[in-house]
Design a protein around this ligand. Structure first.
Ligand SMILES: C[S@@+](CC[C@H](N)C(=O)[O-])C[C@H]1O[C@@H](n2cnc3c(N)ncnc32)[C@H](O)[C@@H]1O
Length: 190
């Protein structure tokens, strides 16, 4: 991430937006279940809120500094923070009732890594589990905000077919302005 993103994701403003707007929208109509995996926790705005809503939370973060800070902040709580890569998840098959990613998919460095992440998310979800993502659409402002960072935009019009090809079912994509949410189920049969 660039310096702006590092700063912004750690602000109380972003925490409030996550708490009051983003998470309620993402969770509307879906249940997290009791074992939740958060991908790309960053400074922890979503972690803090998920922890209140889940029995057990595992938060994975690629950046060593963020992971170490967050691990120290949430030690001895129901949140377990690990350093790791969303495209190579260090968990057994069928581990989680839900996987959630807020502004993370576009930070995966290539479409191939995004596809590896989709396969991994499907693998670690329990049958019937749900994958929830919040993403931003491609646009000049988004590209500007990611100068000296990674921005591999996810297309809201093709993500449904992509996830279906990895075995997900009932994929729903809903747009609000320049953002969208993605909800997908791991079928009970596969
Ligand atoms: C824009 S931040 C979002 C942070 C947090 N989800 C939030 O909404 O406040 C994206 C985060 O994804 C992390 N990230 C990037 N690539 C990753 C990967 N391959 N696996 C896990 N996390 C990753 C980044 O280090 C960064 O902390």
């Amino acid at each position: 991430m660039n310096a702006f993103e590092n700063w912004f994701c750690g602000t109380s403003f972003w925490h409030r937006v996550t708490e009051r707007t983003i998470l309620p929208w993402m969770l509307n109509g879906y249940s997290l279940g009791d074992s939740v995996l958060e991908l790309g926790a960053g400074p922890g705005a979503t972690t803090e809120e998920l922890r209140k809503r889940a029995k057990r939370l595992t938060s994975l973060e690629y950046d060593h500094n963020f992971a170490a800070k967050l691990g120290a902040r949430f030690s001895n709580t129901n949140a377990n923070v690990l350093q790791g890569d969303a495209a190579a998840l260090p968990f057994p098959d069928d581990s989680f009732s839900s996987v959630i990613a807020v502004l993370v998919l576009h930070h995966l460095k290539s479409p191939e890594r995004q596809e590896r992440a989709f396969a991994e998310i499907h693998r670690v979800l329990k049958p019937g589990g749900v994958f929830l993502a919040f993403e931003i659409k491609d646009g000049w402002l988004q590209r500007f905000g990611h100068i000296k960072s990674v921005f591999v935009p996810i297309s809201p019009s093709s993500i449904s077919d992509q996830l279906t090809s990895f075995g997900f079912s009932e994929v729903a994509v809903e747009s609000k302005g320049s953002s969208f949410r993605v909800c997908a189920l791991r079928s009970r049969e596969n």
